[in-house]
Design a protein. Structure first.
Length: 139
C-alpha cells in the first residue's frame, strides 16, 4: 500500500464523516424549534392553570393560596419571557409584561385580602390568552 492510496482512504473517511455530520445536523434546528414551541405552550398552559387556580382561591376567600398561585404563575411567565429573549424574540417577550403586571397587582391585592384580586387575575388571563393566540398553529 502506497502513501498515495492511504491518503485517498483517509480523505474518503473524512468526507464520509463530514457528510454524515452535515446530514445529522440538517434537521436538528427544526427539531429544536419544535421542542422550544412545545415547551412554550406547556409554560403558557401551566401559567394559565395557576392563574385559574388563583381565581378559585380568591372566590373561596383563601387569599394566601391565591397569592401563592399568582406568584407561581408569575415565575412561569418570567421563565418563558427569559427563554424568548434568549432566542432573539424580544418583541414577543415584551408582550408578556402586561400579564406579569396584572399578576403583580393580583398578588398584591390578594396579600392585602382584597377581593378585587380576581379582576387583576382576569386581566392577566386575558393578556396571556391574547399572547398565545398568534402562536396557535393554523390548519
Amino acid at each position: 500500500m502506497s502513501l498515495k492510496f492511504l491518503s485517498w482512504i483517509a480523505a474518503a473517511v473524512v468526507a464520509v464523516g463530514l457528510s454524515g455530520w452535515i446530514y445529522g445536523a440538517s434537521g436538528r434546528s427544526e427539531v429544536e424549534q419544535a421542542r422550544r414551541d412545545a415547551v412554550q405552550r406547556a409554560d403558557l398552559m401551566e401559567a394559565r392553570a395557576l392563574i385559574l387556580d388563583g381565581q378559585v382561591q380568591v372566590f373561596l376567600v383563601n387569599f394566601g393560596d391565591a397569592s401563592r398561585r399568582y406568584e407561581a404563575a408569575r415565575v412561569v411567565i418570567e421563565r418563558l419571557q427569559t427563554a424568548l429573549r434568549e432566542v432573539g424574540q424580544a418583541e414577543r417577550a415584551g408582550r408578556l409584561e402586561v400579564p406579569l403586571s396584572s399578576l403583580r397587582d393580583a398578588q398584591r391585592l390578594a396579600s392585602s385580602l382584597d377581593g378585587s384580586a380576581r379582576n387583576s387575575g382576569d386581566e392577566a388571563l386575558r393578556a396571556l390568552t391574547a399572547f398565545a393566540e398568534p402562536t396557535a398553529p393554523s390548519r
